[in-house]
Design a protein around this ligand. Structure first.
Ligand code: ADP
Length: 275
């Protein structure tokens, strides 16, 4: 299978069988192209998974990659707000056209389809999972080099469908120090392992705060467990992101692309580039 395989066998003459009978991988619509897909996952909600996903995508666009964001968190979509994307997605006879953020990141999210952002998605699991997968099969992604998928938290229906249907190159696991309890993270890690998808990096978010007076690192949620967990699970790229009110202010103001302190995520980004 070529490095650039999009599993869209209808467009390729190689006949490698990447999407042959038996595989649950879904094809992109005709004309859409995505080179590499990375999923950002967490064991539970509220740990900063969407924020980290947004920051990785913003870094990717800044580095010059044609970047996309697929918001598979269908019932809790937060990416459009973080990027200040208000316009609705449009469609033509070939599929749905993704909306671009200020720095040109192609984005698809349930909130770009709902009439009102605050409308709840009152659907059962199978429908929600179907919608997440349709963001792959029905969206006209334009020559994307790096796509980041914001997964719903946990290991339920939707993550399982996305894991099975999209050609993921790897996952990045986001956690917080108190959430880095073995069992929760282990479930997310084991899901990736069972699906044969490499875990490229572990991000311990809200890992510490920096004292504004003396610059000391305060481990508010307890001692970091990132290195120990990464070591145990053989994950080489580890990042520790501090609690940072600037990140909240920019995300709440729809300007997450302007967040400059992404240096701690560089090692995880390199692992994404190298896979
Ligand atoms: P999840 O996707 O895991 O539910 P979010 O990314 O939506 O989490 O983050 C939950 C809340 O925590 C948001 O208000 C977000 O702005 C805030 N947050 C995330 N990361 C940080 C951080 N490093 N410092 C401060 N606040 C953060």
């Amino acid at each position: 299978m070529s490095e650039n395989c999009s599993h869209n066998c209808s467009e390729c003459a190689k006949g490698c069988g990447a999407n042959e009978k038996g595989s649950l991988l879904k094809s992109l619509p005709a004309g859409a192209r995505v080179k590499k897909v990375i999923a950002v996952v967490s064991g539970k909600g509220g740990v900063g998974k969407s924020s980290v996903c947004a920051l990785l995508a913003a870094m990717s666009a800044k580095k010059g990659y044609k970047t996309a964001l697929l918001d598979a968190d269908v019932t809790g979509p937060s990416l459009p707000k973080m990027f200040g994307v208000n316009e609705k997605a449009t469609a033509n006879e070939r599929g749905i056209v993704p909306v671009e953020t200020k720095s040109g990141i192609q984005t698809m999210s349930m909130n770009l389809l709902l009439e009102n952002e605050s409308d709840p998605v009152l659907w059962r699991g199978a429908l929600i999972a179907g919608a997440a997968v349709q963001f792959w099969t029905d969206v006209l992604w334009r020559d994307v080099e790096l796509m980041f998928v914001d997964m719903p938290p946990g290991t339920g229906d939707v993550p399982l469908s996305v894991f099975q249907s999209l050609p993921l190159a790897g996952v990045v696991v986001v956690s917080t120090p108190q959430d880095l309890v073995r069992m929760i993270v282990e479930k997310a890690l084991n899901m990736a392992k069972k699906m044969n998808i490499p875990v490229l990096g572990l991000v311990e978010n809200m890992s510490y705060a920096v004292c504004p007076c003396c610059s000391a690192r305060l481990e508010i949620f307890g001692q970091s467990k990132a290195a120990a967990v990464a070591n145990e699970f053989g994950i080489s790229a580890v990042a520790r992101l501090p609690i940072d009110p600037d990140l909240v202010a920019l995300a709440d103001g729809g300007r997450v692309e302007e967040y400059a302190s992404t240096e701690p995520l560089e090692s995880v980004f390199r692992a994404i580039e190298e896979v």
